[in-house]
Design a protein around this ligand. Sequence first.
Ligand SMILES: Nc1ncnc2c1ncn2[C@@H]1O[C@H](COP(=O)(O)OP(=O)(O)OP(=O)(O)O)[C@@H](O)[C@H]1O
Length: 128
Amino acid sequence: MKHKTERRRRNQRFSLRARLDSFRYAFDGLITMIFEQHNARIHLVVTLAVLALGLLTGLESIEWMMVILAICLVWMAEAVNTALESLADAAVPETHELVAKAKDVAAAAVLIAAAFSVIVALWAFWPF
Ligand SMILES: Nc1ncnc2c1ncn2[C@@H]1O[C@H](COP(=O)(O)OP(=O)(O)OP(=O)(O)O)[C@@H](O)[C@H]1O
């Protein structure tokens, strides 16, 4: 709580330290996601594999742009999904119909991004 109050106080005025702290919190979030979320680990492996395949096959600029967009979309959707899951579990630890709905819809965001990625992958890598 003290940590939070201190952060709020510092955020009232612009400070480079506070901005750097914000980046650190965001990177902490990314690391937490990779360590705690099985799906994020799968995303990491797939991301590295796709980047390696892109280098091996020599994608064109437009293909790289779409591949990177797809990768970023999946990571963003997973991050929002993970954050929403944590918030829902903190706010309503017991089973609740609305929590189920919120989590299902948040998961749908990941599914949509993943479907887009598959389409981009087929377009960029097929035929080799
Ligand atoms: N508190 C809850 N109340 C009702 N239904 C829930 C609740 N928590 C989870 N669910 C249901 O279970 C599904 C899976 O939830 P969970 O939090 O395990 O997400 P997950 O993405 O499958 O897990 P993980 O993020 O660990 O891979 C949800 O989409 C929802 O339908």
